[in-house]
Design a protein around this ligand. Sequence first.
Ligand code: 5AD
Ligand code: SF4
Length: 465
Amino acid sequence: MNMSVDSQKTFYIETFGCQMNVHDSEKVIGTLVHEGYRQVETVEKADLILYNTCSIRDKAEQKVFHRLADYKKLLAQGKKFGVLGCVAQQEGEKIFERAPHVSLVCGSASYRNLPQMLVQLEAGNQAATEKSGSRKPAAGSPLRITGLDDRETDECFETEFTARTNPHRGYITIIEGCDKFCAYCVVPFTRGKERSRTSDSVLAEARQMADLGYTEIQLLGQNVNSYKDPAGKPGGKKTFAELLAAVGDVPGIRRVRFTTSHPRDFGRDIVEAIDTVPTLCDHVHLPVQSGSDRVLNAMQRLYTREQYMERIAWMKAAKREISITSDIIVGFPGETEEDFAETLSLLEEVGYDSVFTFKYSPRPNTPSLALDDAIPDQEKSRRLEVLMAKQKEIQIARYKKYIGTVSEVMVEGRNESRGQWIGRTSQNKTLNFTAPESSAPKVGTYVPVRATASFPNSLLGEMVV
Ligand code: 5AD
Ligand code: SF4
């Protein structure tokens, strides 16, 4: 590169939200670096400041606006601001009104146009008028570049420049967007319609990662089970389960995970794949949201408790024990005490290893916005606490069972203050462990560990030498 480091354009990026957002940022970073930018670790050092935002719950957009207001003063230093992700898509051009120092607002469905947008950003107002979707600014008015019109696109954000931070395990997007329209969920409105990558392209990326030394791959999508291979070779179109198995068969890959699954599309063939391909991790995240049929129906989840439990039964019948985790919302409009009690009984019936619990919050554009959010926050909090206490009990019992067993862990790091190594099992459980100094393991390697103690969320053990 001819450019001296000092003359290089710099950027700072902060990421909120789900794994899809984290991985989108890795792709955005790679794109920017390819375009000649250098990533810096502080806002102060950056020419361009990017926020990759999440709008799944609460008043996420307000937090973004507060943060942007904090940085308004930096405009005087010539810095530029961009808002990416779900709040960008949701609030759109309103962001320019409320935060006039922002010059770029771009939803995830438009990231593939980022290189052109960066050119516009650098060229200033002139170029901004050329792109459809960009508003023509009046002379002297601030630069406003938008990427908001692509929610109906069939294209994915494919890039060869993904900047993965972890050298051992990495994400691969297989499907973007969501067509499910659960009543509470903002995602179909922020990430656009469902579109899958070809299995050829996913497998090529998996092979490339294996060549670079990655051993763990996590396949990502808002709903991985509705993956539809758009353009496999004749006879080569893969179902999700086949794609999963094929990624698991890539030489060098030792672990394959996938998230998130929608129960409606979760097929038995996934369990069969886990049964036959040893590299597929024995963990499935299968969000249930509620244990009550009435609430599931109001949520437009498209399955009943019985159908959900059927999927759980498939997993319980698997050859390896599959660890099951879930997401649950309490206080959805109209959720009664009885409905809530059914969620508690479902927890008992399934025996999850971990549950992410949320208080319902109304989101813009969603169908449930029309329903009265009548359950007081205090009551939602109470239900949340009851739920978490019940789940904690379940986890204490479940984690205890592993004491004395040996699991293979991937070494993720070291906790110096505790003198422990941090490990993760194939079931996605944290298993921290000690090891004799003479055989200290390397981060990214796989070692056998015997569990000696258990906690509600993790295990403790000793490396088997
Ligand atoms: N309110 C509360 N929780 C929500 N989730 C999604 N939308 C909402 C909302 N409006 C939760 C669901 C989902 C997880 C990612 O976030 O449980 O599975
Ligand atoms: Fe947040 Fe959902 Fe967007 Fe992920 S897809 S960043 S969870 S709103």
